[in-house]
Design a protein around this ligand. Sequence first.
Ligand SMILES: O=C(O)CCC(=O)C(=O)O
Length: 283
Amino acid sequence: METNLEKFTEQGYLVVESALSEADLAPLIGVISEAVDKRAAELYNEGVIPDTYEAMSFDRRWHAILKACGRENEVFGWHTLVFSEALFDLITHPKVLDVLEVLIGGDIQFNGDFWVRPKLPNEKLTTLPWHQDSAYMPQTENDTHLTVWLPLVDVKVENGPLQFLPGSHKLGLQTYHRVPGETFAVPVLPPDSSDADIETLEMKKGDLLVFNNLVFHRSLVNHSDIIRWSTDFRFSRTGTSLNGLWHETIACLAREQANRHCPTSWQTWRAQWNASPHKDRFV
Ligand SMILES: O=C(O)CCC(=O)C(=O)O
């Protein structure tokens, strides 16, 4: 049977089903829900929205708030809003690092890059074209960087899944160009693929996706009426140069392979964050 490492090496990505439990994800979902709650109270008190939509579910409430104030197309991903111990605990969760360890084959560093993404119904901003992550981070082209992507709700065809082109990382980094009206640069030569090559990743909350910085992927439109919440973090083998990536100042060691220990504490990471010039760069 093909191992996770073989599958990952061949495809450039890997889904590990049921890698995390509800309890593992609950603290971060709690942080997100508190941020939504706080913003709802502020907007309500400012008279901008007629209701705080408190009774609404996690996968609907933020959309209702944004709809009520006409701000549905403003924010791509959350960063500062979710900085928390719960986030740190998930980034450095042994179950996450166990998956990475097999693929990285050594000590692991967290690159400092994290996002929580509320992918809203029918939103253009988070509908991403085919891309390789190194196109937006050219400093990473010659090394292996891994993104861990965790759905915080079930992901189906209708609510904006990710699609991948298996094996496309072997093409190397392609040339990209800007298209008027598009936020993200697109490859000059779009990957040569038929529909049969494309894998659409329907995932359950608790599944873990990991992909490398050169594999082609895209994020489809969310045609449902719920928010497709997800979170993602980037890692590399300890010692890999981060070459001045903007989040380098909040990179930290995540695992020493010899003792399976995370040498960074939440307090240390928080101190790095507080000293970082970028901490309020994004919402
Ligand atoms: O979360 C998404 O919808 C897109 C993620 C993505 O394309 C990326 O992290 O490179």
